[in-house]
Design a protein around this ligand. Structure first.
Ligand code: ADP
Length: 433
């Protein structure tokens, strides 16, 4: 601010000096040219009209001859003698410095050329002329300093007000951080648009954080819930078994239940670990050139074997070459096909196809099973989400979310179309090479 003020003052000084200089020369030119009309030369005789001015404000006028001899008028007393011998230089207003004093001089020739050289000389001491302008300049300096002072005071008041508002917002943020009260929001109804925008941005961030916290809590409770059931079954089984397992058959049944439930726990923990490794980028993708046909062929065979004659899986496989981690892509294909089998009606049909299109390569899995409600479609890729829990025979709701994560890690996606009671079609899209 101070620097700007100093620069402005220097600029005003320079500009006003240039303007005053121009003004002085203009006035001198006008006055001398005008005054020269009143002098004439006739048959070597110099005729000076009564209207000829010898002084006009700070300008002194003289009628002189070629070698400087004065015909009429007088130099002011304080003019130094060198200036009196200044050579003639017609029609130019020039600056002359004599003994540290600055003058502006203009000579104009009068009469016709064959007459002897007679000239009107105008001379002005710049210091005198400047003094007329100095008052205006000083007033403008004062005005400018005044304006700067007003701006400075306004700026001080404004910044004080803004920092007060910001301090209030900081206190709110601090209290949210300390009390972890995610329901609080920044409130601002003041006049500063920028602060309002900042408050809105902060509130949006808090909305997202609140949602993340909520999902985190939901996730913890889901994990606990999913693990509780098999553990409870195992505990009950153990309590029952205590001293009551008489026969070999009962013992085998007991082992079977414990085995299934611990397998379920193992699957949940295994999938959660995979999630956390993918989330933290700790799971390295071992990318290699793969044809999705090969993966699908193997998985279909496996799943058909598991399903027996409850479902018929048919394949229509075309070349679909991509770069991918064969192990992870296999997990996705397994999830999609096993879901299709799981949610098919008895003796249902599952169709699996692979191929390429303009956007990339794909694996499409179509079933004619129970389908998914439209309202539930946006949620099925969330962890632990199961549509209408009573319908879901097995599973914990981690398969699709893990599959989507793997697809995204490969730069791909999973698309779903479904009609309740009609069936679903899940398509995994990956990049073509
Ligand atoms: P789950 O292990 O329970 O199958 P997923 O994450 O694979 O978990 O699927 C989430 C939910 O999406 C399932 O519980 C099911 O309700 C629904 N779903 C997935 N695939 C299908 C499908 N092919 N047909 C009908 N519903 C499906």
């Amino acid at each position: 601010m101070v620097v700007i003020a100093v620069i402005m003052l220097v600029m005003i000084r320079l500009l006003s000096d240039a303007a005053v200089e121009y003004d002085i020369k203009q006035e001198l030119r006008k006055s001398v040219d005008n005054n020269a009309q009143f002098v004439d030369v006739e048959q070597d005789e110099v005729i000076i009209s009564d209207r000829f001015l010898y002084q006009d404000e700070d300008i002194h006028f003289l009628v002189i001859q070629r070698r400087g001899e004065i015909v009429a008028g007088e130099y002011p007393e304080d003019i130094v003698s060198e200036l009196k011998n200044l050579p003639i230089q017609i029609n130019s207003s020039r600056n002359v410095v004599c003994h540290g004093e600055k003058y502006c001089v203009r000579d104009v020739r009068v009469g016709r050329s064959r007459d002897k050289g007679v000239y009107v000389r105008g001379i002005v001491k710049k210091k005198d002329a400047y003094s007329r302008y100095r008052t205006i300049e000083q007033v403008s300096y004062f005005c400018m300093i005044g304006v700067f002072l007003i701006i400075f005071i306004c700026e001080m008041l404004l910044s004080k007000k803004i920092s007060k508002e910001l301090k209030h917002m900081c206190e709110t943020a601090e209290s949210i951080g300390t009390n972890l009260d995610m329901s609080r929001r920044m409130e601002y109804d003041g006049r500063f648009r920028e602060i309002a925008v900042l408050a809105q941005a902060n509130n949006r961030m808090l909305d997202r954080m609140e949602e993340t916290f909520r999902l985190q809590e939901q996730f913890t409770s889901d994990v606990a819930h999913e693990l509780r059931t098999p553990v409870a079954v195992m505990l009950a089984q153990c309590q029952y078994a205590e001293g009551k397992l008489d026969s070999q058959e009962e013992f085998r049944e007991f082992l079977d239940v414990v085995n299934r439930q611990s397998g379920k726990i193992h699957a949940i923990i295994h999938q959660l670990l995979r999630f956390s490794r993918l989330d933290q980028d700790r799971e390295q993708l071992h990318l290699e050139q793969i044809d999705l046909r090969d993966i699908v062929e193997v998985v279909c065979e496996e799943q058909q074997e598991k399903a027996g004659d409850a479902v018929v899986i048919t394949c229509q496989l075309q070349k679909a070459v991509t770069m991918g981690d064969i192990h992870l892509i296999t997990i996705v294909v397994q999830n999609l096909i096993s879901n299709a089998v799981k949610f098919s009606y008895a003796k249902g049909k599952v169709e699996v196809s692979t191929g390429e299109d303009t956007s990339g390569v794909y694996v499409a899995v179509t079933d004619h099973g129970i389908g998914i409600e439209k309202e539930e479609l946006p949620y099925i890729f969330r962890r632990f989400y199961k549509c209408d829990k009573s319908r879901n025979r097995e599973g914990v709701g981690l398969g699709l979310s893990l599959s989507m994560k793997i697809a995204e890690k490969h730069g791909g996606r999973i698309q779903v179309e479904s009609e309740i009671g009609q069936g679903s079609r899940f398509t995994l899209f990956l990049q073509k090479i």
